[in-house]
Design a protein around this ligand. Structure first.
Ligand SMILES: Cc1cc2nc3c(=O)[nH]c(=O)nc-3n(C[C@H](O)[C@H](O)[C@H](O)COP(=O)(O)OP(=O)(O)OC[C@H]3O[C@@H](n4cnc5c(N)ncnc54)[C@H](O)[C@@H]3O)c2cc1C
Ligand SMILES: NC(=O)c1ccc[n+]([C@@H]2O[C@H](COP(=O)([O-])OP(=O)(O)OC[C@H]3O[C@@H](n4cnc5c(N)ncnc54)[C@H](O)[C@@H]3O)[C@@H](O)[C@H]2O)c1
Length: 550
């Protein structure tokens, strides 16, 4: 047998992780021929001489594995990237399959370009806020204008820069980045195919495989996409034109963020939302405030409790988009709208077609890959399939970039031997990057009330106000609140919801405390720099613990 790797004491981080990985499987399962031997194990330290008795040098031999890789990751979005970086830090020989789309949704068609558009929208909004600026002694002379193509270029060039960095970081760490689509033949065997091809001539194997194939926009039946007048976020991000009037179908994250962009760029927006109220997944109090801050003062109107049952594209500047609205409950016709454009933001569906996973005995749930709490794929009987995992949007647990990456890290921890590591999904925060921002972690107030009733404890609720915060007042952005929910008996944090300037950054106060299990009465004694927005959280924590805030 051939020695393919040896690590010595000078490379202890690398060395110890290999030991951990191999040891976990050492006794029960060593099908892949990995053995480790410490050549000094039988010898006393004498041969080394007295000066080198402590610490003893270690050396680890790794013999050729029956597998090509320790880990194959199918999909190079943020989930796959996060998993691959962590795998290398654990010394795992890793391959990532990009499917011809390195960076995936977040980098190419999601978080990154949308936040670039939102950043431009935010600056425009600020410069056009005449009264807000005047109150600070500032006058903007002349017209505030923007160049649509330049704004679009800002978003697209940022995406390509981040994509380049992502691939470089993988290659730099020694990950094999393979520009192919992966098809599962067995849980530990993947066929590489070029995009569009039905067969492939290369097959690779790994001890563990992670599916990280992400998601694509979900378009309800009856809606025709032409990519010009009726489009999803994939096309909206290109910002090819600015419609005077755009219908946004769906008032979730994407709908809300794009309403912020379009109204800043001069469009009028009509929301079409199937649920009885806008922003149905948000905390009720926060969505009420969001309506006051993000909807009412802007050229936005809304239909709620209706479906866009049929949407027919138009021709820019010639014929309008035709949208037939029906009642969400009775399906009775409500109205026909004729707008310049329609953005379909009605959720996303997993991208699992052609992956070959059904042939392994997995029953997909509306396309989502069923997994357990360790992201291990479940077969149709609910039994975990050895060595096969699925992370990110493809498993549908929480369709957020950082959740995908965190799930990837948790899988790698587990396969590298840290079985005690467990990702607490309920502590993962989320944010909507409107102006002002909205952020949340844990339960909504209604969910917390239901839990309190079920488990018979008293729910605590405390609020910090932007209007009472020196920094927010100095910035002349004093709208919004930070609300914390907690158990009165134990002080356990159950959730936090913030709307206001930089809410997306502030939420980590609560998210990190929840993850670390810090109760509210301890959190109330943490010290915050003055004057900062973080004191709004401090105000809420202190109020919760019955202390007066400064
Ligand atoms: C407009 C928009 C804005 C968003 N903004 C945010 C935000 O601000 N914050 C946030 O947290 N989240 C945001 N999201 C969500 C975020 O983009 C996703 O949650 C995240 O990208 C999921 O990561 P993933 O790795 O699971 O999948 P993806 O990023 O979708 O990556 C999966 C990759 O796998 C590839 N692939 C698929 N099948 C195969 C195959 N068989 N072989 C090889 N490769 C394959 C795909 O082509 C893709 O490149 C946004 C989404 C959208 C649409
Ligand atoms: N800032 C962020 O973190 C961010 C930004 C954008 C997207 N995302 C992620 O992307 C995913 C998709 O976002 P999204 O906004 O498309 O989905 P979403 O699930 O957040 O919202 C979809 C909305 O569309 C409504 N809807 C569904 N079908 C409808 C129909 N036929 N007619 C009218 N309304 C309908 C739903 O009631 C819901 O309110 C989300 O899960 C989110 O996690 C995150």
């Amino acid at each position: 047998m051939m020695v393919v790797h040896s690590a010595v004491a000078s490379n202890t981080a690398f060395c110890s992780s290999w030991i951990t990985t191999a040891n976990r499987r050492a006794s029960s399962e060593r099908p892949f021929g990995v053995r480790i031997g410490r050549f000094h194990a039988e010898r006393g330290p004498e041969w080394l001489g007295p000066a080198r008795r402590a610490p003893r040098p270690k050396a680890v031999f790794r013999l050729r594995s029956a597998y090509d890789y320790d880990l194959i990751i199918i999909g190079a979005g943020v989930g796959g990237h996060g998993a691959a970086l962590h795998a290398r830090s654990k010394g795992l020989k890793t391959a990532v399959l990009t499917g011809g789309d390195a960076g995936g949704t977040c980098v190419n068609r999601g978080c990154v370009p949308s936040k670039a558009l939102l950043a431009a929208a935010g600056k425009l909004r600020e410069l056009k806020s005449v009264e807000r600026l005047q109150a600070m002694g500032i006058a903007v002379q002349g017209q505030v204008a923007y160049d649509r193509q330049a704004v679009s270029n800002h978003a697209n060039s940022l995406a390509s820069r981040v994509r380049g960095n992502l691939v470089q970081s993988l290659r730099g760490l020694g990950v094999d980045v393979l520009d192919a689509r992966g098809v599962l033949l067995e849980p530990q065997k993947v066929e590489l195919r070029k995009p569009g091809e039905q067969t492939g001539d290369r097959r690779i194997t790994a001890r563990d495989v992670i599916i990280a194939t992400g998601s694509v926009p979900a378009v309800p039946p009856g809606i025709q996409i032409d990519g010009k007048t009726v489009f999803t976020s994939d096309d909206a991000l290109k910002l090819e034109w600015i419609p005077d009037w755009i219908a946004i179908i769906g008032s979730g994250y994407i709908g809300l963020e794009f309403s912020d962009v379009y109204t800043a760029l001069g469009s009028e927006v009509t929301f079409i939302e199937a649920a009885p109220k806008l922003m149905p997944s948000f905390d009720v109090e926060i969505s009420r405030l969001a309506e006051r801050l993000l909807i009412s003062p802007r050229p936005i109107d809304a239909y709620t409790g209706v479906f866009a049952a049929k949407v027919v594209p138009g021709m820019p500047g010639k014929t309008p988009v035709r949208i037939e609205l029906v009642d969400a409950e009775t399906r009775a016709p409500v109205e026909v709208l004729e707008t310049d454009a329609a953005l379909v933001a009605t959720g996303r569906r997993p991208f699992t077609e052609g992956l070959g996973i059904e042939k392994l005995g997995v029953q997909l749930d509306r396309g989502f890959v069923p997994v357990d709490d360790r992201m291990q794929v479940l077969d149709q009987k609910g039994t975990p399939i050895e060595h096969l995992f699925c992370i990110g949007d493809a498993n549908g647990k929480l369709m957020l970039a950082h959740a995908a990456s965190a799930q990837g890290i948790s899988v790698v921890e587990n396969i590298a031997g840290n079985q005690s590591y467990f990702l607490r999904m309920e502590c993962i925060p989320a944010a909507c990057f409107t102006h002002p921002e909205i952020s949340m972690v844990g339960l909504t107030e209604q969910q917390a009330r239901d839990k309190a009733e079920r488990e018979q404890f008293e729910l605590g609720r405390a609020v910090g106000h932007f209007r009472a915060n020196s920094k927010a007042l100095a910035e002349n952005h004093a709208e919004g609140i930070a609300k914390v929910l907690f158990r009165k008996d134990t002080g356990e944090l159950l959730g936090m919801h913030i709307i206001g300037m930089h809410a997306a950054d502030l939420i980590h106060e609560a998210a990190n405390a929840m993850n670390a299990g810090v109760p509210i009465h301890k959190l109330a004694f943490s010290v915050h720099t003055h004057p900062t927005l973080s004191e709004i959280c401090d105000e809420a924590f202190k109020a919760a613990a019955g202390m007066a805030a400064h």
